[in-house]
Design a protein around this ligand. Structure first.
Ligand code: URA
Length: 262
């Protein structure tokens, strides 16, 4: 039998988890899912458009702007990103907030035609608050440059905004908590093409479990945006023989973005 202290500790942890869950439900259910009975994650797959504007207005209201400013700001990418960033900075919906040094939101142009989505921040990203700055990031930068883009032309982000301890794989509940931020970010940027890196981002956005080796290189669609899954740069560091496959995938993207000249 547990001691009263350990029982109290467990109880208080359970209450904390419940509180975080309720906040999560209230936050996303109100903003994205009015009057709905399904879970937040499932709903978000079918929702895009007006609701995200509603959310911005809600957030900006919290910042006590007057209504004329609210309407103007609803279309302002900067304001929407700032509002989204503020929400992620203080996010405590999953346990990763306890071990993170920084929230790694994303980096690049808000007008990017191309968004890369990795898995989760690693050690260097957690310290610097920037995505893909470690070894895998170096390779991603080379790929981006080979596509005739600068890093600042594209937008780079991750499925998760906080580092999983010891770089372990994202847990399903972490994905559920972080996915709405990613979806809102994509709604704000509205790129022409999304390139998912590795299986986690592809499986999450496509609602699939097919191996990445079979998904990669094919066009999919996510909320009307063309989506190309490819291998993660960290995988390429371990399997350089597959770089040519990724390059073939990038050429398909360049084609769509008129970057590919023969
Ligand atoms: N791997 C990722 O998936 N994302 C990063 O930001 C860094 C490494």
């Amino acid at each position: 039998m547990d001691s009263p202290e350990s029982f109290r500790e467990q109880l208080s942890e359970t209450i904390e988890q419940l509180k975080a869950r309720l906040e999560f439900e209230a936050y996303f259910a109100v903003d994205y899912l009015p009057g709905s009975s399904l879970g937040p994650d499932r709903q978000l797959d079918n929702q895009v458009g007006p609701d995200s504007k509603q959310q911005v207005v809600t957030d900006l209201k919290a910042d006590s702007l007057d209504s004329a400013e609210l309407i103007q700001s609803a279309d302002n990418k900067q304001a929407r990103i700032k509002s989204l960033y503020q929400k992620t900075r203080t996010c405590a919906f999953c346990d990763l907030h306890k071990t993170r040094t920084n929230v790694v939101f994303g980096d690049g142009s808000l007008d990017a035609e191309l968004v890369f989505i990795g898995e989760a921040p690693g050690h260097e990203e957690d310290i610097s608050a920037k995505p893909f700055v470690g070894l895998a990031g170096g390779l991603l930068t080379k790929i981006i440059n080979a596509m005739k883009f600068k890093r600042s032309d594209v937008y780079i982000t991750n499925l998760l905004r906080c580092r999983p301890p010891n770089n372990r794989n994202p847990l399903p509940e972490e994905v559920v908590c972080c996915k709405p931020y990613l979806i809102e970010l994509l709604e704000i940027i509205k790129p022409k093409v999304i390139c998912t890196l590795g299986k986690f981002a592809a499986h999450t956005l496509l609602n699939q479990t097919i191996p990445i080796s079979q998904l990669r290189g094919q066009w999919f669609e996510f909320k009307g945006i063309k989506l190309m899954p490819t291998f993660h740069p960290a995988y390429l560091l371990r399997n350089p023989q597959d770089k040519k496959l990724v390059w073939a995938d990038m050429k398909k993207i360049m084609d769509v973005l008129n970057k590919y000249e023969t």
